[in-house]
Design a protein around this ligand. Structure first.
Ligand code: GDP
Ligand code: MG
Length: 400
């Protein structure tokens, strides 16, 4: 892994490889018709994933699968009140069948259930209780989303949450609304996080998935930038910072400040690509990779940063040369990783303003200039990105 000839490294192939490694998580949406399942998944994963119903039109009953590039959603449709037993039987059979037909193939199972309880109706139904209990009996993790909280008064929401928890002890309950005006009003009043618990919900969904499936979940998300930033810093950036520190520890890099350290630059380039992939950004491979991510971009900045860092780290005199190398490698890689993360976030925000990624090719956005600006932002705001913690963790991992 460490010894990459980055001049001749096939970036495009590597990008394809890491995309292919991602396993798709299977998430099932449950709750009676009209509880807001389709609206919820459209909100979280992007417009028009699922059809939003109006009560006049009957939806075909059944389990509708929506396959994204890195995620599969199973939206259960058309289960009305009064058809409790049919619904419970069909849904549980579906979960069981997926488990049994591919017993050794964990990737094919239903990995978690998002259960919508209609806040507008203000009631936790017998139907809900039965179905959730059976889902949990199948050992499938489930969370409850109380939808349409814009239709509930504060005390009504508290009552409904309490009612849910009384019926299903230990379950995670989050409140949500897809009503945009309501969200704006809440934001103005500083109450958004309290009623629209999107980050908490998405974080539960992410953390509940087994490790191998988490990286499929992230790229599918439409926004949730905080959740993504935290995950990417903690996992991807830390991992590559540890690899960088490990490379130095193993003696592959001798010189301070690695003026021509091919192994480190190779790792930093790979890190850049993993971050871009986890943000679900389709990099315009030929264009971006050689130029910006490769020789003149990430690797060039990593090198510059390394020389800067050596002169600014005040405690450097107390360390033997090898230790300096290790800590600089970890710091440089962590800082660079945080900067790339920031540029990706800025890109996603810009896409929203420009009505979609199709109007804003990533290669045009991810310029050396932007990366430099991000770098100085991160250097001045290290604590916002926990750069010191990442580097320290990375060094500890590398020393093990
Ligand atoms: N007021 C309000 N209406 C919502 C909200 N979410 C969904 N709806 C509406 O509720 C109806 C049913 O939503 P839909 O997503 O189709 O529910 P599903 O049958 O569970 O998939 C639609 O008319 C939606 O526009 C919400 O947060 N607030
Ligand atoms: Mg629906």
């Amino acid at each position: 892994m460490a010894n990459i000839d980055y001049e001749n490294f096939d970036y495009e192939k590597y990008y394809e490889e890491i995309r292919k490694e991602v396993e798709n998580p299977n998430i099932m949406l449950c709750g009676v018709t009209g509880s807001g399942k389709s609206s919820l998944i459209n909100d979280i994963f992007g417009e028009k994933v699922a059809e939003v119903g109006d009560s006049a039109r009957a939806t075909t009953r059944g389990i509708h699968k929506y396959s994204g590039e890195t995620i599969n959603l199973y939206d259960t449709e058309g289960y009305e009140l009064g058809s409790e037993n049919v619904a419970v039987d069909e849904i549980i059979k579906f979960i069981k069948d997926k488990k049994n037909s591919t017993a050794n193939n964990f990737e094919n199972h239903i990995h978690e259930v998002w259960y919508c309880v209609n806040g507008g109706s203000k009631r936790f139904l017998d139907f809900d209780r039965k179905l959730i209990k059976q889902i949990r009996d199948e050992s499938v993790p489930a969370m409850i989303v109380i939808t349409k909280v814009d239709k509930l008064a504060e005390d009504e929401l508290a009552d409904l949450k309490a009612e849910v928890r009384r019926n299903i002890p230990g379950i995670n309950v989050f409140s949500y609304s897809t009503n945009k005006q309501f969200a704006r009003d809440l934001k103005e009043a500083g109450l958004k996080e309290q009623y629209i618990e999107k980050d908490k919900m998405v974080n539960w969904a992410l953390q509940t998935l087994p490790e191998s499936l988490k990286e499929g979940f992230l790229p599918a998300l439409k926004s949730s930038l905080t959740v993504r930033r935290n995950y990417i810093l903690k996992n991807i950036v830390t991992k590559y910072s540890a690899l960088a520190a490990g490379t130095v520890l193993a003696g592959a890099v001798m010189n301070v400040p690695f003026s021509d350290s091919v192994p480190l630059m190779g790792l930093q380039v790979k890190m850049a690509m993993s971050i871009i992939k986890d943000y679900g950004i389709k990099a315009d491979a030929e264009k971006i990779i050689g130029q910006v991510v490769g020789t003149t971009g990430v690797s060039y900045l990593g090198k510059t940063l390394a020389s800067q860092l050596v002169s600014v780290i005040p405690f450097i005199g107390n360390f033997v040369k090898a230790t300096v190398n290790v800590s600089v490698a970890a710091f440089v890689t962590a800082t660079l990783g945080a900067s790339i993360t920031l540029v990706c976030e800025q890109y996603l925000r810009a896409c929203i303003k420009n009505n979609g990624a199709k109007n804003l090719p990533f290669a045009d956005f991810f310029t050396i200039e932007r990366l430099k600006q991000a770098l100085s932002y991160v250097e001045q705001n290290k604590s916002e990105f926990n750069v010191a913690d990442i580097a320290e963790n990375a060094m500890n991992i590398a020393k093990k």
